[in-house]
Design a protein. Structure first.
Length: 346
């Protein structure tokens, strides 16, 4: 297929681009190159046959229409988004502007393109979202595709809004869509404002490793390569109007995760004392969701997908990648907000 991927220079988007090119798809990568984007993430495919990069903002209606007219993709995979909860607490406007307005602009451009093409039934608009739209779980239970939406942060509220737009354009205009909601991603090329690269960065620099509250918030961790594989599988095989939750089936508390990372670092890059001694508990994030966990039964039964990485194999591979790519990491340290405590506003 010929795919248009938005946000393809970001963390998850670049994993999708790399895998799609490796699978033989043609890819048009559309990215505005905001603070969290990095062209090094897709350097390996930069000269690949069938790969094209377009620097453009999804909020620019004229640019989106022109790119669709020129490249005429078979499908759109929409990953471009503001995604850091802490930043959304400090500055929610950017999240509404990009995640809601940007999605609306892209949807309208896609609808016009699809209509002009004669409304082909095999066209797909694949919207990639998050399990955070469902809110917070208690000690038991799992998010399913039928869970009610209860977003608790400006970020998750903006993604919930974009999910609703996707559904509405399908129901009202017939636009062929698929929707996926994923759990917390990790892996190579993740921008160093998210928990795992922050832990690695702080540990190696000898600084305190910050953990919100008591570290007892629980997340389901999904390796980005497992996620990219699932996204392309959904795009190729899912029926129009369907939705799938994608989870790694790897629940652990934030404290357990950080302790595991410290143990891996102790083996791979020993220091004078255990890295876990740098762990420091800091004031919790406002509105911090207690627990996320996904039931992936639908994608397993319908499409035969299973995550390949366990926490042990995935975290070891991730830590080793950061140790082997410190130049990539260090190049991003001067970017806005890296190394600062964000999202503490009350």
């Amino acid at each position: 297929m010929k795919l248009l991927v938005t946000g393809g220079a970001g963390f998850i988007g670049s994993a999708v681009v790399r895998r799609a090119v490796a699978q033989g798809h043609s890819v048009v990568n559309v990215d505005a190159l905001t603070y969290a984007a990095c062209l090094d993430n897709i350097e390996v495919v930069a000269d690949a046959p069938g790969y094209t990069f377009e620097q453009a903002d999804i909020r620019d209606a004229a640019a989106m229409a022109a790119i669709l007219k020129v490249h005429r993709p078979d499908a759109i995979m929409h990953l471009a988004a503001e995604s850091h909860v802490d930043r959304s607490i400090d500055g929610p406007a950017a999240f509404i502007d990009t995640n809601v307005t940007g999605t609306y602009v892209l949807l309208e451009a896609a609808r016009a393109y699809w209509t002009e093409a004669g409304k082909p039934t095999d066209f797909r608009f694949h919207h990639i979202s998050t399990d955070e739209v469902f809110g917070s779980l208690g000690e038991t239970g799992f998010f399913t595709e039928d869970s009610p939406y209860q977003p608790n942060s400006p970020y998750s509220a903006s993604k919930a809004s974009s999910d609703h737009l996707i559904r509405a354009w399908h129901e009202t205009y017939g636009l062929p869509i698929v929707l996926t909601n994923c759990s917390n991603n990790y892996g190579p090329f993740q921008f160093p404002e998210k928990l795992i690269p922050v832990v690695i960065l702080k540990a190696l620099s000898g600084q305190p490793i910050p953990i919100y509250g008591q570290g007892d918030n629980i997340r389901d961790w999904l390796h980005v390569e497992d996620h990219a594989e699932a996204l392309l599988l959904v795009l190729e095989k899912a029926s129009s109007g369907s939705s799938y939750n994608i989870g790694g089936e790897n629940e652990m508390t934030n404290l357990e995760l950080v302790q595991m990372l410290c143990g891996i670092l102790d083996r791979l890059r020993p220091a004078r004392k255990p890295y876990a001694e740098q762990i420091t508990f800091v004031t919790d994030r406002p509105g911090h969701d207690r627990r996320y966990a996904i039931d992936p039964t639908r994608i397993v039964e319908d499409l035969g997908w299973h995550p390949a990485y366990t926490p042990e194999t995935g975290l070891e591979q991730t830590v080793q990648w950061y140790l082997d790519n410190e130049a990539w990491l260090n190049a991003l340290l001067a970017r806005d907000g890296v190394g600062e405590r964000l999202g503490a506003a009350k």
